[in-house]
Design a protein. Sequence first.
Length: 712
Amino acid sequence: MLSHLFVFLQKQKKIIFSFLALVLVFFCFCLMYLGFEYYLKTKRIPLVPLRALVTSTINQKIGKAVDLGVVDFSLREGLILEDLVISQEEDFSFNTNLLKVKKVTFHLSSYFSETPSVDRVDFYSPQLILNSGTELENQLLDYFQSSKLKEVVFHDTRISLKKGDFVVLDWKEGWDIRFKRKNDKIYVSYDNGWFWVPNATRVKGEGYFTNDRLNEYSFSIVWKNYPSEEAPFLVNYLFGFYLQSAVLTGEAVWEKTPNSGYTVKGNVEFENANFYLPNISSYIVSGLRLQEKFFFTSDKEERNYSSYDFQIKIADEWTQAKETLLHKKIEFNVDDLEPLTSSFQEIGTGNRLPLSGKIRGSLDITESGDRNKWFKVLGDIQGENLDWVSSLIQVQNGNLNLKFTEGNNLSLILKSEIFNKPSTLEIGSGLDWSRSKKTDGSFYYPLYSRTKGSLTIQEFVAGNWTPLFESWKKETWEEIKERQEKLIPEEYFYQKKVYKYFLESMNFDLSLNINRFFPFEGAKTLGEAKGNILVKDGRFAFGLGIPKTNSKISMSSYFATKTPNFSFGLSLDAYPWSEPWMDVCGMEVVPGSVTMDYSFASQGSDYYTLSKDARINYYLKLENTNWRGQDLWTKMNLPENSYKDSYVIEFNMDHYFESDYLRNLAVSSSSVDLKGYGTNKSGLYAFSLYGQMGEAKGNWSFTEEDGRCIIK
């Protein structure tokens, strides 16, 4: 076997000698490479002084503390700095870093010249945290423009940039960014991975800028499935207002020539967009999908939003007079409101906005420069088949015609069906907006209005509005409870936005006409009802009366003060009734008609203050009253035949603090004659009665307490 091996080696000796020679050459090359590298490291490039030079230079140039790990050198990568950390402060006591880099390499242009220069710098896995108080980004750009560097590359870069409390950039994924000098321009390319990977979050782009302080530049960028949270400032600029979250796919070009201003143009698709509407904090738009085409210059911005069911165009243009003035033009056409409004979600309940129909229009808004008549508004809005159908209110088949004409004159006609009953709202108004300055230097625009109108309803069924009233009552008590528990201080009313922006200079007069008034569905008509709503000189007044029955309701307030006063009056004269009036120990009191003289007076800027300081008293008479629930009747050993009687209940009530006191209480029927008094504390009733019930005379009392009914 050895002989065979020897013969084989004899035949292949040329190949073997060639291989050994190649190994020897490679070994010699490695020795030369390592020897040359060692020579440069020890003789030509002083690593220890360089380490001190780097730290002192950073300290002097930007005034930040520096921590530097290993300083090394290799022929392949050049000068190597590992674990470079620059603090946000002058020391590391707060543990807040400005820049953290795993490795930085400086490639030298020549190893033999007397003063070797750097022609390329690579940053590996840099993490940069900037805020509005640092100029590091400008210093780096200035250095690159003024130096002889040919190329700077950032590998797997993560940047967090803040302006005050607002996040401008927050790159979660690593970006590769390359700056390369060519002639008098610096070319840039950037991406965060292979763009062709399906369903991946990717961004790529390229561009250039000149050495003379960005006098000329051009950048392009392409997004795919890009989360808005990583660049909120840019996304909000493109979208037009604050966007909470979305996924972006699209492209943009940002460029400037020496003889013209900058332009930004492109298109982007927003998927699963979530955002708040300006000045409407109770609703959030959730899950909306739309496309936007945009074109921006230094004095003009155009945004075209579109989807399957709507098109919206917003153009802003600024002109320079004594100050910069805005001209805004809005055009919109929504063929079907429901897909759009179904994405409007109420924050408290999660309910969707129940609005459908068609709407289109245009508005032309111009800042005039006249402080007392700041805005000029022209335009019109048309709506067809508008429906608002919810558990609280139903408005259907609405046709809207709203116009703004010369002189800021507004005319509005809305014909619709409220709870399936025809109604017409007509309003004419003259509007003026002035400009005022806040204490922080910003401006606001209070409205001065002169409005007169009428609302005509063919048939009004009061019972249809019970769910809306109950919802308002629930929200009112929730607010009162919240203010009690959290000790929320009262806010002066004349400091609230609704007063400063709208009510301070409002002159509003609306007449109310109801042709047939019904207490509840199925009841007989009480005839016509007439009323009026008036807001003028800081006063509010509302009145509605039914001449046929002498029943009426009134409200009034003087609100141009710290704590507005408020009064409410309700007078009912044998007003038909069908619902339980109150519940006592599980037994419902259901009157057939109600006579009442109710008075409420208080002052305050919120419901809690109004309820706390309220002065309430009224007289109440419930006629044709029946009972529902016989348990209390049986427990009190009352005559069974008296339960089926028709009763008259009347009393006077006075409210003090959190309790109601009932006096002159009388309960009577064909077989019952009782008198007494009662109280209501936090919704728990207590009654004491004496008199005759059937053939029996005596005293009776019952009290609600912790879910029990105590009878004596």
